[in-house]
Design a protein around this ligand. Sequence first.
Ligand code: UDP
Ligand code: GLC
Length: 422
Amino acid sequence: MNASELRGAAHGLPQAQPSAAASSMGSSVGALLAGLKAKSTVLFVDQSGQLGGAEFSLLPLAQAFAARGAVLLLSDGPFRERLASLGVNVSVASEARVSGISKEALRFRWLFALPAIVRQVRAIAEAAKRYDVLFLNTQKALVLGALGKPLHRRPVIWHLHDIMSTDHFGSMQLLAVKFIARHLVDHVVANSRASAQSLASLTGIPLAAIPVVHNGIDTHAFANVDSADPGTLRRRLGLPEDAWLAGLFGRLAPWKGQHIAIAALPRLPDVHLVLVGAALFGEDDYAQRLRRQALRLGVADRVHFAGFRDDMAAWMKAMDVILHTSTEPEPFGRVIIEGMAAGRPVIAAGAGGVKEIVRHRQNGWLVAPGDRRALVDAIETLRAAPELAQRLAEQALIDTQRYFSLDVYVEQMTRAIGCVSP
Ligand code: UDP
Ligand code: GLC
């Protein structure tokens, strides 16, 4: 089933009462959930206990399936608490040796971790046997969950959140994914056409067999923050009231390119940069380097490190412009649709899934990834032309409500799960 079929299939829905878990979603999602193979149950597996984009995209899905699904995490952390607070049945099966394997170190370290890997494959398979469908949300979950297929014999659906290229992954991992995607996965859903294309190129799977479902967010929550008095909002957040603020949202990691935004500041004398996010996956060195870079460039008084925040909508609303600076192609980029939904002009690095969200000069501004000068020019342009920035932001708000709503996202993902239900 391809993406347009996924969308098109919505018309033949059985009408039924929404389940309690689905009732916080739109009524169409509730009806879909209640009607779709009523007995199908789902085990979602995610390797992380941290709150990254893949985890945020799983939250509403796990919530929608709370009555007939559960989440298994391969590491503990705030994600578990967040899921539990939504009424989701969540458990953790962690193996320190497996969690410790990073993308870069994969080549050798997995050998030492072999017994732990086997234990984890078994643990996932045992858990999966209690459900009808196994939904794998991250790379390690994919490998460990799919390898156990001879044990659990459940249909496997993989939510692909990554661009499967050498920019992001080592050759061993790409090889493993190639085998697994071809032989052990029943259905893949990609978070963007860019991610789907990368998987098709890697595996030879036809693009038409990889449906794309863009992330959706609660657009109303972002639009509804009261920013009529920006001064009060900024005071509440501890931000300078009168400065021109550029906000950069997301975890601190070299490929997210926070260093590009800091490097742009000497050329933008009155602009302050607000970095919202933390080093979630061990990139503490990079976080330290960013602070040193700001000091070295003499802009430390204009860089505000806000750390990880829960109230993204308020922080985004407090900005004059929102930046996205990833130096590698971004698979999707939730922070971009969030900034757009907050009604702020967004300047984004135009590669990967970003080009499926931002139309240059229509609903945002695209710059070449890693290009500090282009970033400076874009910020200067929007700063000098507030009416242009306002026009982009207005169109962005319309586009997010039209194309990136939570209801459409959950509905399409639910349908994708329905495709593999036994
Ligand atoms: N986020 C957050 N608080 C922060 C920084 C980020 O809640 O301080 C959220 C942000 O709202 C977004 C997610 O983290 O939903 C990041 O997702 P994105 O797809 O942009 O990037 P990823 O980290 O998945 O590569
Ligand atoms: C991944 C990607 C990010 C995407 C998110 C949700 O974490 O890095 O670009 O937005 O998943 O699909």
